[in-house]
Design a protein around this ligand. Sequence first.
Ligand code: SF4
Length: 501
Amino acid sequence: MLSGLTPCPGLFYTTPAQDGTLSRLRIPGGILDSQQCRAIADIVDQYGGGYVDVTNRANIQIREIDGKLSTAVLKYLQDMGLGSRNTAVDHIRNIMTSPTAGIDPQEVIDTRPFVQSWNDYIEAHPALSGLSAKFSVCFDGGGIVRVSDRLNDIAFVAVLVDGKVYFRLHLSVGVKGKPPVATGILLSPEQCLPVLAALANVYLNHIDTNSRRKARLREVVNDLGCESYLQEVDKSLPFALFTTEDQVMEGQFSNLFVESSDNQYQHIGIHPQRQKGLFYIGVVLPLGRLESRQIMGLADLAQRYGSGTLRLTPWQNLLLTDIPQTRLADVQKEITFLGLDYSANNIKSGLVACSGSRGCAAAATDTKGHALALAKYLETRLTLDCPVNIHFSGCEKSCAQHSKSDITLLGVSNGKRSSYHIYIGNGDSNQKFGRELYQYVSFDELPALVEQMLKVYQIKRINVNESFGEFANQYALAQLKQFFSPNTAFHQERITASPLA
Ligand code: SF4
């Protein structure tokens, strides 16, 4: 086992953690079949903590492994399609796609074949083992559930142009922590794989592949300049990259710039598929965690009522797909019986936490324990009618969620006492977590404060489609503090402060 060669865990590159060895299964596109689920449940029962964590790249993490997995177990997982056939590329970031690929009623194209092709390409080209473990690729099919705003080095975003399918090429450029931006290049579906291979080769030509800390694609693009980087890519291709900007200026591509939705949790609950009479159910996983008995139960449900697959999402929950309308009630009942939920109103649907002090030496706080305690407190005091994304992070690294959230609770320690800084909404590009609203809030004070914040939001928002972040963005910090003050009797007086222009 190649332990310790990379800071990112994989199946063959395990990482020590506070609670034992951590192993990560790379699940391209997040799609698992029932047999694979059962294999995972067996492995975590025998060698891990009896549960898995779904990550923000739709990977699976096995924690609390005592020592390391034996060669026989690794081989078994490989044979089950749960580890790369080529161990040298197993550490490369999981390939992301919309969890509703192929079933989304509005998608432009099913992206699953692109995920499979790039995965096969990586495994067949050992030279790609020189890529940074963080080299990340995403395919967005242009449907209702979008992944183009997730953090990736490269994104292919499907659009319809005059009735034909293209992919817009997005690249990571500029400052850290931003989603990839459109390059103005439009590709036909057949061009995506050769362009992706060329993008990877140009990157490899400009980094020290033997370095322990390899440059990120963003850094190489920033150094070379986006145009020069793309010129090098262009030169290595048997076709010319098709730049769209001129045509856009002439109005030929009026339907090109489709914005993605702000609602990241719209896949939770019951939704019709593009296949008539079939539905998918978005299941809430509390903090991305699934116990082995729940994995077994869901695998069983998928086999009995659906097409035998589960789809993990980058929002750390999962979808059960291809359920006939007549069986929905049965599946709902059985999900509840497994101790899980499928309601977007569940406070846990938008609740995210890193492993925190129970699993990570860098954590200032017990993020997972605090997040569950907060959910328990809020569940009996208010009812959400849309998900609110609350992110607990044990330190600035922000492993569980790289994008901004409605409310971020950042664990901090002053040496004697641990507490949280609270951030809200978007803020500017220098504010990693949004605008800082409070500092050093102890966990004892936190539940009542978050309750007040959510209740004020429910009273003050324009309508149910306005997210907590959008609501908060409209007000100065002083106004928000006044709204959220325990002395503000939000249910007695209507708050009259006017939003900022
Ligand atoms: S965010 Fe920080 S505390 Fe949390 S798991 Fe990552 S490194 Fe550890």
